[in-house]
Write a new protein. Structure first.
Length: 75
């Protein structure tokens, strides 16, 4: 399958995943909120590592650039 998550998108997902997992592990308030944060962090980590997002695929979205750069020259 072609990738549908760009490098920048994957980096943002990775940073957000770390923040959510740390929040979920360190918060001692509402357990369901902590569990949800950790679960979302794991999902974001998986999509960042594989660079494929099932929600993007379902809605025919992609942030990965396909084809050559607009101003690139072939040698």
């Amino acid at each position: 399958m072609p990738r549908n998550v760009s490098s920048l998108d994957a980096c943002v997902r990775g940073v957000l995943a770390v923040v959510l997992v740390v929040f979920g592990v360190t918060s001692h308030g509402i357990e369901i909120l902590s569990f949800g944060a950790v679960l979302l962090g794991i999902i974001l980590t998986a999509t960042a590592l594989t660079r494929e997002c099932p929600f993007y695929r379902a809605f025919h979205l992609h942030t990965e650039r396909t084809g050559p750069e607009p101003n690139s020259r072939r040698a």
